[in-house]
Design a protein around this ligand. Structure first.
Ligand SMILES: Nc1ncnc2c1ncn2[C@@H]1O[C@H](COP(=O)(O)OP(=O)(O)OP(=O)(O)O)[C@@H](O)[C@H]1O
Ligand SMILES: [Mg+2]
Length: 515
C-alpha cells in the first residue's frame, strides 16, 4: 500500500496560528524527523479541540525540558492553544508519522499516527527531545478513528507516564494535558482531551516494519536505520552491519525495559509491535495495569480475550516482537540464510539479559546484597507462595522491607498477607538464613529495599477515582495523585490512603482498548 502524502483529504481545514515566542530550546525550522523526508510522515496541522482548559501539568517533565515551571501560563507562549492544537510555535513543522505493525500477533498493515501529532524538537539539558500531542485530531493515518482521545484514557496516560518515570522505568513523558467539552463517542459519549508527550524519539518497531513490508522501500528502511543510529545510538556509528548492531542494542534495551515492568508489577496490555519503542521506552498507556494480587496469568486488557499480553507472558511477547523487527531488517542484510542467522544471533543476548536483569531487580526487591547460587530459587519460592495466596504484589514487597532476621521474630506485617502461614514461615526461615549468611543488617536492608519496592503505584482504582472527579470538572485528584506518584518510594504517611489494598470490587473496573 502507498503511504498517504500531504495531499490526503484528512489534513486540517485551517492553518494554525503561529506563535513567535516559544519556550526555551524549541527548535525552529529544523526537525530531525522531518529531515527524513516525505515518505516518513505527512505534514499537517492539528484539529483544535474547542474551549480547552488545563487539567494538569508535570513540573518534573518541564524541568527535564529546562522550561520554567510557569511555562503553561506565560501569555506570550500560548501553551494552551498549542496543546489544544490551535497554534504552533514558529518553525515547528507539525506532522504525523507513518508506521505499520503486528497487532495481537497478526499483521495489521499500515497504521501510523492516527491521533498523534509531532510538534517538533526541543533542545534540552537531557539532549534533544520530541514534543508530540496525542488526541490532536484526524490524520491521513486515522483509518476509521476520529483522531481523538477521551479524558478518561488521557488522565491514565498522563499520570502513568510520570509515575513510571518516578519509578525509574524508561518511558515517554507527559508534559501536560488539556480537556475540552468536545463530545467523543466510545461505548458512551465522553469528552476529548489532549496530552503533550515528550521523548527523545517516538520511533516504534512498526516504523521499520512499515518500510520493509507495507511500503517495501529498502532505501527508506536503510535511511531509517542510519537515522536511528545517528541520533539515538551514536555509539554504533561505523558498525560493519548497522542493522544487526542496531537490532542487538534494541534487544538489550527491550530486555532491560521488560525486566523493569516485571519487577514493578506493570502490565502493558497492548504489546503490539506498533507500541514497542525502538529506544526501549514504555510507550502507549492504554489498558495498562499494575498487579494487585500477584497472578502471573493476570490480563489487564479486557479486549485481550486470550491473554496474549498477560503479565507473565510479557518477556516472551517482547521477544516475539523483536523477531518481527529482525524480519523487518532482513532486506538490509540480504535475504540469505547467513543473513537470517546474523539477525537471529543479534537477538540471542535478549535471552540471557532479560532473566539476568530481572534477577538483579528481584534480588534488590528482597534486599540481597550479594549473589548466591540459590537466590533465584528463593525468589521463585516467594512468588509461588504469593501466587498461591494471591498476596498483593506491591504491598507484600513493601512490607517485606521490614522483615527482621532476629531469632523468633514473627514478621507479622508480611506474614499476615499469606493465607498459608506455615508455608510462609518455612519460606521466611530460608530467607532469614540466607540474609544472615551475608551478614545482612535489618535497618540498612530496610532502607535499600524501600528504595527498590515502591509504596505507591497507579492502581486502577486510584486512576478511576481521579477520572470520575475529572469528568465532573474537578481536577484536584489528578493533581494530587501526580504529586504522590512523583515520590513512589517515600513513606508519605499523610498519603497512606493511596497505598492501601484495592477496595472490594476494584477488579471490576474494565480497562480495554477503548480510549
Ligand atoms: N481515536 C483514534 N483515531 C484515529 N486513530 C486511532 C484512534 N485510536 C487509535 N488509533 C490508531 O490505531 C492504531 C493503534 O492504536 P493504539 O491504541 O495502539 O495507539 P494509540 O493509543 O492511538 O497511540 P500511541 O501508540 O501513539 O500511544 C494507531 O495507528 C493509532 O494512531
Ligand atoms: Mg499505540
Amino acid at each position: 500500500m502507498m503511504a498517504p502524502t500531504a495531499s490526503s483529504p484528512a489534513a486540517a481545514p485551517e492553518p494554525p496560528t503561529v506563535v513567535d515566542d516559544a519556550p526555551p530550546g524549541v527548535v525552529h525550522d529544523r526537525h530531525r524527523f522531518a529531515s527524513l523526508g516525505e515518505r516518513f510522515s505527512t505534514r499537517l496541522a492539528g484539529m483544535p479541540v474547542p474551549q480547552a482548559h488545563w487539567v494538569a501539568v508535570s513540573d518534573d517533565c518541564a524541568e527535564l525540558l529546562g522550561w520554567p515551571a510557569d511555562w503553561w501560563q506565560r501569555p506570550e507562549w500560548r501553551a494552551l492553544d498549542v496543546l489544544r492544537g490551535a497554534a504552533a510555535w514558529s518553525g515547528m513543522p507539525t506532522l504525523a508519522t507513518v508506521y505499520s505493525g503486528h497487532q495481537f500477533g497478526v499483521w495489521a498493515g499500515q497504521l501510523g499516527d492516527g491521533r498523534a501529532l509531532l510538534l517538533g524538537d526541543v533542545q534540552t539539558p537531557a539532549g534533544p527531545m520530541e514534543l508530540q500531542l496525542k488526541g490532536a485530531g484526524r490524520t491521513p493515518y486515522s483509518r476509521m478513528g476520529d483522531g481523538r482521545a477521551v479524558l478518561r484514557s488521557t488522565v491514565r496516560e498522563f499520570l502513568c507516564s510520570e509515575a513510571m518515570a518516578a519509578l525509574g522505568v524508561p518511558t515517554t513523558r507527559a508534559l501536560g494535558m488539556v480537556g475540552s467539552p468536545l463530545p467523543v463517542r466510545r461505548e458512551t459519549v465522553e469528552t476529548a482531551a489532549v496530552v503533550a508527550r515528550v521523548a527523545p524519539s517516538f520511533l516504534r518497531f512498526g516504523h521499520f516494519e512499515h518500510f520493509a513490508h507495507t511500503a517495501a522501500d529498502v532505501e527508506a528502511l536503510r535511511r531509517l536505520v542510519d537515522f536511528t543510529i545517528e541520533h539515538h545510538f551514536p555509539e554504533l556509528a561505523g558498525a560493519p552491519v548497522p542493522a544487526v548492531a542496531l537490532l542487538e542494542q534494541v534487544a538489550l534495551r527491550t530486555a532491560a525495559l521488560v525486566a523493569h515492568w516485571q519487577a514493578v508489577g506493570f502490565c502493558h496490555g497492548v504489546m503490539n509491535t506498533d507500541n514497542l519503542s525502538i529506544l526501549g521506552l514504555t510507550i502507549d498507556y492504554g489498558p495498562f495495569g499494575f498487579l494487585d494480587a500477584y497472578d502471573p496469568g493476570h490480563i489487564c486488557n479486557h479486549s485481550d480475550d486470550r491473554g496474549r499480553y498477560a503479565y507473565g507472558r510479557q518477556p516472551n511477547v517482547a521477544f516475539w516482537n523483536l523477531h518481527a523487527l529482525a524480519q523487518a531488517l532482513l532486506p538490509l542484510v540480504g535475504r540469505t540464510d547467513e543473513a537470517t542467522e546474523q539477525l537471529l544471533e543479534a537477538l540471542e543476548p535478549y535471552r540471557s539479559a532479560l532473566p539476568l536483569a530481572l534477577l538483579q531487580r528481584m534480588r534488590a526487591k528482597v534486599g540481597l546484597a550479594t549473589e548466591q547460587e540459590g537466590d533465584a530459587a528463593l525468589i521463585e519460592a516467594l512468588l509461588d507462595r504469593m501466587a498461591a495466596d494471591r498476596a498483593d504484589f506491591t504491598i507484600t514487597f513493601r512490607r517485606l522491607s521490614q522483615f527482621s532476621t532476629a531469632p523468633g521474630a514473627a514478621n507479622e506485617a508480611v506474614r499476615d498477607l499469606f493465607i498459608d502461614r506455615e508455608a510462609f514461615d518455612a519460606w521466611a526461615q530460608r530467607y532469614a538464613e540466607r540474609l544472615r549468611a551475608e551478614g545482612s543488617d535489618d535497618a540498612q536492608r530496610a532502607l535499600r529495599m524501600n528504595a527498590a519496592n515502591p509504596k505507591f503505584v497507579l492502581r486502577n482504582h486510584l486512576a478511576q477515582n481521579a477520572i470520575e472527579a475529572a469528568q465532573q470538572g474537578d481536577f484536584s485528584e489528578v493533581r494530587q495523585l501526580l504529586k504522590v506518584l512523583r515520590h513512589p518510594f517515600d513513606e508519605q504517611p499523610e498519603h497512606a490512603r493511596y497505598a492501601g489494598f484495592p477496595p472490594e470490587g476494584s477488579h471490576l473496573i474494565e480497562v480495554s482498548c477503548s480510549s
